[in-house]
Design a protein around this ligand. Sequence first.
Ligand SMILES: O=c1[nH]c(=O)c2[nH]c(=O)[nH]c2[nH]1
Length: 347
Amino acid sequence: MAIVLGTNRYGKAEVRLVHVDRTTPVHVITDLNVTSQLIGDFADTHLTGANDKVIATDTQKNTIYALARRDGIGAIEEFGLRLARNYVGTYAYVTGARMEIEQYAWDRIQTADGPHDHSFTRGPATVRTTVVKKGTGASAATGDVGRASAATGDVGRASAATGDVGRASAATGDVGRASVATPGLNGDETVISGVSGLIVLKSTGSEFHGFPDVPYTSLVETDDRVMATSVTSRWVYNTLEVDFDSVFASVKAILLEQFAVVHSLSLQQTLFAMGRSVLEAHPQISEIRLSMPNLHHFVVDLGKWDLDNPNMVFYAADRPYGLIEAAVVRDDAPVPPGTWDGVAGFV
Ligand SMILES: O=c1[nH]c(=O)c2[nH]c(=O)[nH]c2[nH]1
């Protein structure tokens, strides 16, 4: 029996980059968290410690800053593609790259004279995300196994309230799988974009009943409840000819609209309606996955004090929470095998 090196990738995780576009006096802020990783012929460094092919993680960090200075950012998907293309094809031993980017929102401070040119307040907790994969092995590389999370601003991870989809990620833990060239939807480039921390609540218009009364069932059927969730979603583009900013805005708007207008009989039904609407509106998207924790709001029993409680006073529990996750797909155009590899946390 021989012990051999399995799948591997390396790079710099969670490079915090704030870019100020000063082209005009009305500055534009882009606030990112970038993880850059390379895939390729890196057996030597693992087996003997020879580092002649190892583009240092420090260099990868500097490249993020330098490309931002040289060419600006644009959509995070485009920035990810520029970073990946910087390595793949340039260095023979780098056969693939994976760039994961989170973008945090800043809003202009509203003054008596209108929105301020160069003063901002941190926007909603909602995070825009992308994973860009390019080249051989980029699809086979594993999910972000064991990634530390404290400093990330990754609101999804450590919080019960936001849906730690990473936990349910057995399918992505493919450590040890051989690197293979999985053709993406766009040659050797795959772009998966998403949103996390999209917290929504409806105070009525949600029912849940008809579930089986099996042993240990105690939940009372309801035809009127509060429904709340923190949506984490990722979707796969089947073309790179996309205005990524406007599609992102549209997908987010569709998710919110459907959550609002669907009279819900279950969170599962709402989830599917949200995903279906996105696919109906956007032929450039092949598949969307959603992870939606059911952030329970329990009606407080005030009967002891002779007070009724017609769905007015709730206890918002932070755990445990239901966890509803699904992929919504086009049955005539499934994504290629391996598309979701290396993207943590989805069913
Ligand atoms: O929308 C819901 N789906 C469930 O599967 C479920 N299970 C549960 O206890 N409450 C709910 N609500």
